[in-house]
Structures are given as structure tokens and as C-alpha cells.
Ligand binder design. Structure first.
Ligand code: RIB
Length: 316
């Protein structure tokens, strides 16, 4: 099976569990705090590996004691971390606040992620030669993300882009992207369309992203499911599985890694979407980022246990 290369962030997540988000100027007590291994790049790499992908992570850690622990944690999931660089910096950090509904707010400090350079990536030509799928996000310097997309595309790899957190993207980047996977607020940022609660205009937003030059797009909509669209006007809506939400951190990352691995294994778009939807349902029912991500066996068991009327697919 080909190599899935993730060029992205590695973070230590400092997680604070509270009942309710404070108002400006208010102080609230957390009922639990924790440190967890995270970062969108690392989370998505772990999700793809746990779904059976052969995954290499390219990124940067620092010279602090967290960095060694985090790499150790990521390796446990059978992600190849040989291409992770050690920088004279602190590890990237995310301050994650989770309220009792499981919703989160994340504050990032880029740390070593911000030290990754295009020169570092230029030093890995053989890696790009062997890449069949490239996956990038928006938590490393933009020049690196852009270089990775351009290089992978030139070498014939399939490119996946999760533009999170939302940033301005130059127009000529969209045609470099085969599959864009993004959430509601990122889709609103890119299209300037405010998505209605009843989702009546999600297709319009997806169409606009396709018109920018992306071949396939998936807009994830939390408990409302996800919408897939491609340039041939095929649309697949997948509803979400109703589960007790504990922590939504890395739900999107789980969806993305699981979808990519399923597609690489030859599953149809509909089946891969159902797998991804089930995997992210399991992830939100558990605390943490990488620790919450299920493996294939857990996802298959979940699908067997849950009624077929959930996570259903509608094809338009
Ligand atoms: O997507 C979740 C991740 O976003 C967290 O693990 C945190 O590190 C931030 O990068």
C-alpha cells in the first residue's frame, strides 16, 4: 500500500474541562485538567494509521521534555516519525477548553511548528517521490504547506487539504488540492457564505469551493453530518451517529484520517464516509485528542452495533 505523508503540526494539548465558558473578566474553576498529545497534523496521522494506513509524519518538535514524550506517544500508533525534526524551540502548544457539552475552544501557540521551513522540506525529495497521498493542514508556516502541495502534485500524489484553522488561501492553491475537508466555520470563511442552521445553503458553499478548482470537497457539520460533493455534481450526505458527547477535540481529525485510509483501501466514497462518520462519533464520546481516536476494529464493531438507520447516506 502507498505511503500517506502528513506534513503538519505536533502539539502538546493542555486541556481544561469546565462546566461553562466564562464571560469576559470572569474566572471559573475547571473540574479537571490534563496534558494530551495533539496537533492537527499528528492527530490526522494517528487516525489514518489506526485505520490501517502506512503513515509518515513530517513536522517539528522542540528541545523540551514534552517533545520526547509526544514523539513516543505518536510512534505507539505506528506512525513513522523519522522525518520529524528537532528544533531549538519549545513544543507547539494548544490550550484547549472543553465545556460540559463537550464543545471546545482552542488557543494555539505554534512553538516548534513555526520553525519548520521550506528548506527542511526541500531536504526530503525522496519522501515526496514515494508519497501516494499528501495531507496538510494550516498549523505550520503557510510557505511549507504550499510547497508540500505543489511538490506532491508535481510528483503525481493525491493531495488532501484540511484548511484548519481558517486562513486566507491564494487562488492558485485551490487547483493543487484534490480533496478539501473542512468544517462549517472554515467553509464560511472561504466562501463568505453564512451557512444556515437548516443547512439549506451547504451545497452552494460546496459548489463554490469546487468552482475554485478543488476536485472533491467534504464539509463536516458536527452532529448534523457531512456533505460530500465532486466536480461531476455527485453529492453524498452522511448523517452523524447520535452519541453522548464528552469532548469534540480531534473529531474532525479522526474523520479525515479515517476517510483517507478507507479510500486508500479502495472503499467507495459512501462507505468511506460512513467509516469516517462512525470513527468521529467514537472519538467525541471519549476525552482527549489522539487518545480518543478508534482503530478499525472498534469502528467496525460500532457500525455493527448501531442501527443502519443512523449514519445513513443520501445520494443526490
Ligand atoms: O484538531 C484538534 C487539535 O487542534 C488539537 O489536538 C490541538 O492541538 C489543535 O491543534
Amino acid at each position: 500500500m502507498g505511503n500517506i505523508v502528513v506534513v503538519g503540526s505536533i502539539n502538546m494539548d493542555f486541556v481544561c474541562y469546565i462546566r461553562k465558558l466564562p464571560h469576559p473578566g470572569e474566572t471559573v474553576q475547571s473540574y479537571k485538567t490534563d496534558t494530551k498529545s495533539g496537533g492537527k497534523g499528528a492527530n490526522q496521522a494517528v487516525a489514518a494509521a489506526l485505520s490501517g494506513g502506512n503513515v509518515t509524519l513530517v513536522g517539528a518538535v522542540g528541545n523540551d521534555f514534552y517533545s520526547r514524550d509526544i514523539l513516543f506517544a505518536i510512534k505507539k500508533y505506528k506512525v513513522n516519525t523519522d522525518r520529524v525534526l528537532w528544533k531549538d524551540s519549545d513544543i507547539g502548544t494548544a490550550f484547549v477548553v472543553v465545556d460540559e457539552s463537550g464543545q471546545n475552544n482552542v488557543f494555539l501557540s505554534e512553538g516548534a511548528n513555526g520553525c519548520l521551513t521550506v528548506k527542511d522540506l526541500q531536504g526530503l525529495p525522496e519522501l515526496f517521490d514515494s508519497t501516494s497521498i499528501l495531507l496538510v493542514q494550516n498549523e505550520i508556516p503557510w510557505a511549507c504547506t504550499r510547497y508540500a502541495l505543489e511538490t506532491a502534485k508535481q510528483r503525481g500524489a493525491q493531495t488532501y487539504f484540511n484548511p484548519a484553522p481558517a486562513l486566507e488561501i491564494e487562488e492558485d492553491v485551490f487547483p493543487l488540492v484534490d480533496v478539501m475537508i473542512l468544517n462549517k466555520s472554515e467553509a464560511e470563511f472561504i466562501t463568505s457564505i453564512r451557512l444556515e442552521e437548516d443547512l439549506s445553503n451547504v451545497r452552494q458553499a460546496a459548489r463554490q469551493i469546487i468552482d475554485l478548482g478543488v476536485k472533491e470537497v467534504i464539509i463536516t457539520l458536527g452532529e448534523k453530518g457531512s456533505l460530500y460533493m465532486n466536480g461531476q455534481e455527485e453529492v453524498v450526505f452522511t448523517s452523524a451517529y447520535p452519541v453522548h458527547v464528552v469532548d469534540t477535540t480531534a473529531a474532525g481529525d479522526t474523520f479525515i484520517g479515517s476517510f483517507i485510509a478507507a479510500r486508500q483501501q479502495g472503499m467507495t466514497i459512501k462507505d468511506a464516509l460512513q467509516r469516517a462518520s462512525a470513527a468521529s462519533a467514537i472519538a467525541v464520546s471519549r476525552a482527549g485528542a489522539q487518545e480518543s481516536i478508534p482503530n478499525t476494529e472498534e469502528v467496525i464493531n460500532f457500525l455493527n452495533e448501531h442501527s443502519r438507520s443512523r449514519g445513513t447516506l443520501a445520494v443526490y
